[in-house]
Design a protein. Structure first.
Length: 312
């Protein structure tokens, strides 16, 4: 039986789905992280090899019957990363046609009829991407935690921590975020946050996980939390509206925007604010939750490659 493999390479885990040529799911597996922004090339290769080996054994499928493989990962954003990942795929999937893409495009493939529209990712990081029916792509944001990622869990958490320290200094408004964060981290003073941020070895994902506390403060009417969400919802709206503007240069609306990621999926207040902003700034956009995961979208892209109609 011929089949294709789609791999969603994340910063904490990797998800694999295999489809037969009629798009029926024939296998699924999970493995360790495979994002080059989080791991070395050697670690990524090891994790992907382990994932594929375990998948073949568990599913009872032969690599010889794999017609194509597609890896989607945020780590494929630069030319250097693309060369490294392409070489890794060639080594671990010899003689199998391989496709490399980012982590946003598979969401469109898996959740829209034609693979065109807008995708908004707002999790640890953020990214917006638009694609028209001819395959033209426009990227908005997603430039990493130092120069981008507005509206992400990390960006929100950093603003929360800044607000707590400003309140501690006496420069900023007092906020219940102080008590929430200190209790969550089992700390006794805002001064201890300095070591937590700079000395504990905690990375972006650990800091981003604090963003859930903004919902809690927002629900209590905390004005600092409300301001953070209001401004970050505006940032997300700006990204989506820019994507819609690019699409409108080649196609007529309305435009479907698929959203995914922890912060935008779990935070009802942030999502409601985003919807309100879009109604005013980009009424041609229809916001819709992601129903098919990125691994499935990668598998569909692998099918396209196998069928010889690859458009990426």
């Amino acid at each position: 039986m011929k089949y294709v493999i789609g791999i969603d390479g994340g910063g904490t885990k990797t998800h694999l789905k295999a489809l037969d040529l009629q798009r029926k799911l024939v296998g699924e597996a999970w493995g360790g992280a495979s994002n080059l922004t989080a791991l070395s090339a050697h670690q990524v290769k090891q994790n992907l090899e382990h994932l594929l080996t375990g998948f073949y054994d568990q599913a009872g499928l032969s690599p010889k019957d794999c017609a194509a493989v597609c890896l989607g990962t945020a780590g494929a954003s630069s030319d250097t990363s693309q060369k490294i990942l392409t070489a890794i795929l060639a080594e671990i999937c010899p003689d199998i046609p391989a496709l490399l893409t980012n982590d946003a495009l598979p969401i469109l493939y898996g959740n829209t009829p034609s693979g065109s529209g807008i995708v908004l990712i707002a999790g640890t990081g953020s990214l917006c991407m638009a694609r028209d029916s001819k395959g033209t792509l426009w990227r908005v944001g997603g430039w990493g935690h130092l120069i981008g990622d507005e509206g992400s869990g990390y960006h929100i958490a950093c603003r929360m921590l800044n607000a707590v320290m400003r309140a501690f200094d006496g420069r900023g408004e007092q906020t219940v975020l102080t008590d929430f964060i200190l209790e969550h981290l089992a700390l006794s003073s805002p001064m201890e946050l300095v070591d937590y941020v700079y000395q504990s070895g905690n990375g972006k994902r650990e800091l981003a996980s604090l963003s859930v506390l903004c919902d809690k403060a927002f629900a209590l009417g905390d004005s600092v939390a409300q301001k953070i969400y209001r401004e970050e919802a505006a940032n997300l709206c700006e990204m989506v509206a820019t994507g819609a503007q690019q699409l409108s240069s080649t196609e007529d609306g309305p435009f479907l925007c698929i959203y995914t990621g922890g912060i935008i999926t779990k935070s009802i207040p942030l999502r409601h604010m985003l919807c309100e902003n879009l109604r005013q700034k980009a009424p041609e956009v229809i916001l819709q939750a992601c129903s098919q995961d990125a691994a499935y979208g990668c598998a569909l892209m692998a099918l396209e490659k196998q069928e010889g109609r690859e458009t990426v």
